[in-house]
Design a protein around this ligand. Structure first.
Ligand SMILES: *[C@@H]1O[C@H](CO)[C@@H](O)[C@H](O)[C@H]1NC(C)=O
Length: 374
């Protein structure tokens, strides 16, 4: 055997040993990395116990190895931290968030064109779509808009017209029916069925998709921005995945930024979003309770099948742990779900309706004053 081959074999053997550590191990605490830890388990008195990666201490251990209440990662390496390393031009900035929130808010105006003329004068065209999106007569609305100056197409959604409180209560109710996912764009990915119905009625059946596809063909060098607040954020992330899976658009043209998006789908959905949408941010204000819903259950008490039905977020969470005033900072979180980066117990519904210190209804009533947001 030549030296080079021996070397390659030795390297391969080393790799095999280091990868071979996952699965049934004797002790969790010797494992040095989150991924192996999350895929390992021990037997205690004949019971299978997951190893858990403690985010606080960056160590692997058994059931009681992490300070109480601190987030642990178990069962699935997907939840392990993925460092945020955006390439040039792919970074989230506060100015970017504000200019997208302007579009997401303009959707609420009965005259979108007039609102956009004030807050985003570079946007030269917009068209609105509105449908009844559930069985209770609630309306859902979306727009398509275009800025030649920014070389950009926009798809933005408004949430349901149900009152804010009602919407929050509805999401609470959904927590109880976890597992009632509606299949979406892949074998395993599922979304909350309310969102599924709203998406098909609004984006597909109203002609919005056809119009967008036409525009994307006419403007092949334009980026396609998808945005929305609350339920609108869920519809935006579903639209992004739908377009990429259908090959209607190259995934590198897609820009997804949502505000206060609930957990739209299950774990497979979160994984699909991460695989298919390179540019994706979920912006969340401090104590906004909507992104905490539907709430996942404690993974320690779940079987593998139940685990796969859990609600889960995708990266990257942009967390403003403040009032989102001008000049306020934010953190970008390296774990998929919010539990490792936000104090989700600090819940305040007012934070859901005051992103960037703007009350969307007042903003629209005041004809979308640009200076208040941008
Ligand atoms: C919306 O506002 C613009 C500008 O003020 C106006 O020209 C247009 O007619 C309005 N559209 C509707 C449907 O009211």
């Amino acid at each position: 055997m030549k030296f080079r081959e021996v070397f390659a074999l030795a390297a391969f053997a080393t790799l095999a040993i280091s990868l071979g550590q996952a699965g049934n191990v004797l002790v969790c605490k010797d494992i040095q990395d989150c991924k192996t830890c999350a895929e390992s388990y021990i037997h205690i008195l004949g019971f299978k116990e997951d190893c858990r990666w403690c985010l606080e201490t960056n160590t692997c251990g058994g059931p009681i190895s992490c300070p109480i209440g601190k987030p642990v990662i178990q069962k699935d390496a997907f939840k392990c931290p993925t460092p945020y390393k955006p390439t040039a031009g792919k970074r989230y900035t506060d100015a970017l968030g504000r200019s997208l929130f302007a579009v997401a808010t303009a959707v609420r105006d009965s005259n979108v064109t007039e609102c956009l003329r004030n807050v985003r004068p570079d946007i030269s065209f917009s068209r609105s779509y509105e449908v009844e999106c559930d069985g209770s007569g609630n309306l859902c609305k979306g727009i398509i808009a275009k800025s030649e100056e920014a070389k950009a197409l926009y798809v933005a959604y408004k949430g349901s017209t149900a009152g804010k409180q009602v919407f929050a209560e509805m999401l609470h109710g959904l927590t109880a029916q976890l597992g009632a996912w509606e299949k979406f764009e892949s074998q395993d990915a599922g979304v909350i069925n309310y969102f599924h119905t709203a998406f098909y009625r609004l984006f597909i059946d109203s002609g919005m998709e056809d119009d967008l596809v036409d525009l994307m063909k006419k403007h092949r060098n334009y980026r396609v921005w998808l945005t929305g607040h609350s339920l609108g954020g869920s519809l935006a992330s579903m639209t992004a995945l739908h377009l990429v899976k259908k090959k209607s658009v190259d995934k590198n043209r897609i820009r997804l930024i949502t505000f206060g998006e609930p957990r739209t789908g299950n774990i497979a959905y979160a994984k699909e979003i991460e695989e298919n949408i390179p540019f994706r941010y979920r912006v969340i204000k401090r104590g906004d309770p909507v992104p905490n819903m539907p709430a996942p259950l404690n993974p320690a008490v779940l079987t593998a099948a139940q685990y796969n039905r859990q609600a889960m977020h995708y990266r990257y969470l942009v967390h403003y742990d403040n009032n989102m005033g001008k000049g306020d900072g934010f953190n970008v979180c390296s774990v998929a779900d919010d539990l490792g980066c936000r104090n989700t117990a600090m819940s305040n519904l007012a934070d859901h309706t005051s992103y960037f210190q703007v009350d969307q209804d007042d903003f629209v009533r005041n004809h979308c004053p640009r200076g208040q947001l941008i």
